[in-house]
Design a protein around this ligand. Structure first.
Ligand SMILES: NC(=O)c1ccc[n+]([C@@H]2O[C@H](COP(=O)([O-])OP(=O)(O)OC[C@H]3O[C@@H](n4cnc5c(N)ncnc54)[C@H](OP(=O)(O)O)[C@@H]3O)[C@@H](O)[C@H]2O)c1
Length: 333
């Protein structure tokens, strides 16, 4: 094990603003606390919440690093108190509350997962934020049951491609929406039975037809706004609509009588501020249910683009353009 440097390179948010406010800096190495480990980061996933944080709309929760970055893959190089010695040198991917845009970061051991066989560090770095979010919202909150159907709005996004692939690998019937025909065909190749171009087609009509009028059981929605109003026309009786963002607007007009008559649940959540113990339960479920599908080669994250860590601003510009399909990765080491 090589000795650790006193300081490290990271990318900081110099002030709230456009991608150019992401600036390289040298800072001291963070120290792992009890139950935590220090990771030498090989790759970090980029997520839209990083862009929101950079723009000043999504402050890190109390105690989290102000450095952006919610997921990484790397090697454990230092152990906090109570972490067994055999973890030293292990290659893992980890869900973070921040700090991933850096050469070194601290992670809770309970939120570290093994790198699936045959996966590169870049691929592994794309797993935590999307897998934890999809599991928590589709399977825990949304309670997707065997034989039920899932609709993923924003199917070509980082979260969306993961949701489509994970649910398909677990044997569910999946539908999705995306913004162009090209994006739709790609999402279908990932496992969606039908991906609907939300700019040209009426997803309500398409899905009513595809489900013989029954509707879909669970909807993973990052759009809200008028889209949520229309989802009420295509969610099945007893269906669940789970919001993870409101890219189409937070204000929603809905006919409350539908919720009563058809027993619809509209819910939502944000992952980042939840306690470690909550996220650790998701990690255990992922290890038991989802990691075997990765190990079996059933799916792997779809990576759109790679950037060196120092070019994080370019990665954010691409993400905000909406032109990417799947994940964007920062290569660190
Ligand atoms: N609640 C949570 O715990 C949680 C955790 C992680 C992420 N999120 C949220 O989940 C969303 C997806 O994250 P990501 O990292 O996967 O982002 P991303 O890759 O940038 O995906 C966003 C996609 O949403 C689609 N979209 C649909 N309607 C849109 C609209 N009105 N405006 C803009 N985009 C629209 C776009 O694809 P098309 O053009 O193909 O429609 C766009 O590519 C983000 O909003 C993020 O903040 C929530």
């Amino acid at each position: 094990m090589t000795s650790l440097p006193a300081d490290q390179y990271c990318v900081e948010i110099s002030r709230p603003g456009p991608p150019a406010v992401l600036q390289g800096a040298r800072v001291p190495l963070p120290a792992p606390g009890p139950g935590q480990v220090l990771l030498r980061v090989h790759a970090a996933g980029v997520n839209r919440p990083d862009c929101l944080q950079r723009a000043g709309f999504y402050a890190p929760p109390p105690g989290a690093s102000p450095v952006p970055g919610l997921e990484v893959a790397g090697e454990i190089v230092q152990l906090g108190a109570s972490v067994p010695a055999h973890w030293l040198g292990a290659a893992v991917c980890a869900l973070l509350t921040g700090g991933g845009y850096a050469e070194y970061c601290v992670a809770d051991l309970a939120l570290c997962l093994p790198i699936p066989d045959g996966f590169s560090m870049a691929e592994a770095a794309c797993l935590p934020e999307t897998c934890f979010t999809v599991w928590s919202n589709v399977f825990d909150r949304g309670q997707l049951q065997p034989g039920e159907t899932l609709l993923v709005q924003g199917g070509a996004s980082g979260i969306g491609t993961t949701a489509v692939q994970m649910a398909h690998a677990l044997g569910y019937r999946v539908f999705a929406t995306a913004g162009t025909d090209e994006r739709c065909r790609l999402v279908e190749r990932l496992g969606a039975e039908r991906c609907i171009n939300h700019r040209d087609e009426d997803f309500v009509a398409v899905l009513q037809h595809a489900t013989a009028g029954r509707g879909v059981d669970v909807i993973l929605d990052m759009v809200a706004g008028e889209t949520l109003t229309r989802e009420l026309q295509v969610v099945a009786d007893d269906g669940r609509i789970v919001l993870i963002a409101f890219l189409g607007g937070a204000q929603v007009q809905l006919d409350a009588s539908i919720l009563l008559r058809r027993r619809i649940t509209v819910t939502g959540s944000t992952l980042r501020p939840r306690p470690v113990a909550f996220k650790a339960r998701i990690a255990a479920a992922l290890l038991a249910r989802v990691w075997p599908t990765l190990a079996a080669g059933q799916w792997r994250p779809l990576i759109d683009s790679w950037f060196p860590l120092a070019e994080a601003a370019r990665a954010h510009t691409l993400m905000e353009s909406g032109a990417h399909i799947g994940k964007i990765v920062l290569e660190v080491a």
